[in-house]
Every structure is written in C-alpha cells, then in structure tokens.
Design a protein around this ligand. Sequence first.
Ligand code: TRP
Length: 365
Amino acid sequence: MDKKEKPVFVTGDRPTGKLHIGHLVGSLKTRVEMQDSGKYQSYIFIADMQALTDNAKNPEKIRESIMEVALDYLSVGVDPQKSTIFIQSQVPQLNELTVIFLNLVTLSRLQRNPTVKNEIKEKGFKDSIPVGFLVYPISQTADTTAFNATLLPVGEDQNPMTEQGREIVRTFNAIYGDTLVESTNVLPNKKDSMRLPGTDGKAKMSKSMNNCIYLSDTPEEIKTKVMGMFTDPNHIKVEMPGETENNTVFVYLRALATDEDIRQFAPEFETLKSLENQYRKGGVGDVKIKKLLLSIIEKILTPIREKRHYYEEHIDEVIKILEDGCEKARSVAQETLSKVRKAMGIEYFKDNALKKYYLETKKNK
Ligand code: TRP
C-alpha cells in the first residue's frame, strides 16, 4: 500500500514538565505500538501553544520542558524514522485553521465541554478564564484535522475534545463541502491504565504533590517512591485480609504487570489474579507487593533509561529530528489549509478567483 493511503494518527502532550509513568500506560505505549505496527502514518507533537493557554506568564517553564518531552518521546520508542515528531508553535498553519474554526462554535458549547469545565475549576480561573484557554478544544481540532487524522491515541479525559472536534468537522463540511475528516480516540485497553493515580493514591499525579514516577527518575528515586506508596490503610498485619480494588499498589500492578512478570518476580503466584486473591484472604505483606511492583517498574524503565542516556549524549541529533519534523508538519498542514481556504472561497488570487466572483455578482444584479 502506498504510504499516503495509510490511516493517520495524531497525538500530543503539553510540555509543562517531564512525562511520567501515567503518560506511559495512558497513551505513550499505545502510540508506540501503533507506530511499530507499520499500519499508520504518525504525527506526535509537543503542544507548546496549548500549554501557553494557561501559562502565558510562564513561557520559560514551557520552553524548558520542550526538550524534556522530546527526550521522553525518543526514550520510550517514538522513532523519528517512523513518526513525525514536531513542536506545535512551529506550524503556524494550525493557528489559521483555529481562527477559521472559531466561527463554527458557540461560546455556550465551549463552556459545556466537561474537560474544559473541570480544568477551569481545578486551575481556579473563576471569572478570569483566558480566552485562548477556553477555546483550546478548537485549536486541538486544528491539530488533528491539519494532518487528516482519523485516530487519536489519548487518555480518557480527551473524549469531550474529540467529540467537539467531530462537531466542528461536520459543521465545516456541511457549510463548505466535504473537506475535513473526523477522528476517534484510541483508549488504552486496560481500565486501570486509563488514569493512573499518584503514588499517594490521589486521583491525579502532579508535580506539586510530589506523587509521580517520572520516566527519567533514577532507580533510587523510584525505590523511595514505590516503597512509600499507599496500600490498604486497614491492612496492618501480613496475616490480615487486604483490599485490592482501591489499593494503589494493585492499581499500578493491574496497569503495568503481565502474568509473565508475575511468574518472573513472584513465581509462587503465577498470575496477578491469584496474587490478588491471596492478598484479599490475608498472608501477603505490603513490602512484598511493593517490591514486586518495583521490579516490574525497573524492568519497564531500564531500557527507557538507556535510550534516554543515548539521546542526552546526542542533543544535536534530537534538535535535528525536531527541526525536520516541524518542516514536514508544516508542509502537510499547508496542504490542508490550502484545501480549506479553497473550499471557503477565500483563495482570491488563485485561478483569477476574485475577478470571477466580481463578474458573477455583476451578472446576477
Ligand atoms: N490536550 C492534550 C493533553 O493535554 C494535548 C493535545 C493537544 C492533543 N492537541 C492534541 C492530543 C491533539 C491529541 C490530539 O495532553
């Protein structure tokens, strides 16, 4: 099959800090698997413009995180030979598409977007919502339509974004003719991978709460974090029955462990299910499950750490990858933008369009 005909997936991350293990199971893993399958054209980008929508006064924080995220991508296996890796702000075509789409969405529809609503509350904007922030679902639609993406490997919180994106595409196509394609999300297939909690059991991992396991953490940092993780607060003695459903260590195990890992590191149980059963009955200590989790995390992160080390020693290579990716992204986005402008009839100086419009109106008068 011709490369052009392969379905496209697009996904990105806001560069507001280093990526953590929640990003890995929530979307990085899926995108690397999709990339490696060879069935798709992939675009993976650092969403710095989107990050600025609520960080306008902290541009240095965003700037500093760009290389961190780029290194995270490369170290988890995003491969520049197979995927286009780029930085959002270097593709100005996305901004023009955004402005065009702004007219197709009402303010009340934006205010009803559950993810935006939630974030407004979390960030404490109250009546001072930056306009750019409120409209970021619209710019996100530009990010995906520009590359003709049909698939978006993202976390569950992005469902309302994609829903709103499809509405924009339908509205555009209904007014201006079939031009843009609709996309759907590809979510991780394990429920516990959807949103990994912090190591303290809080719903969200966040830098300020110091409850994240970063992909770039050292083995010592990870050991401290895992051994300090929350379990079942009522499971005080090894013999006592323990709870596994909301037990943070088990949530992580369900998201990360394969049965092969269990056989390798806890052969007496063979499967995660039988370990869980035994823990619920009593007789399995918290130190044991934490050590198991630690071994599994180290198994996952060791090759990632090695790759990261290579790229840290070859920063110019990383910069070249990003620069080339941005150039490719600009040229693809420009093709879409030209189609959009043509569909809208605003390519006035192409094919003598302006003169034709003038003569037609005169004729009709
Ligand atoms: N909103 C996404 C996040 O916070 C980042 C993002 C921006 C994105 N544009 C996108 C994801 C387009 C998928 C497709 O992580």
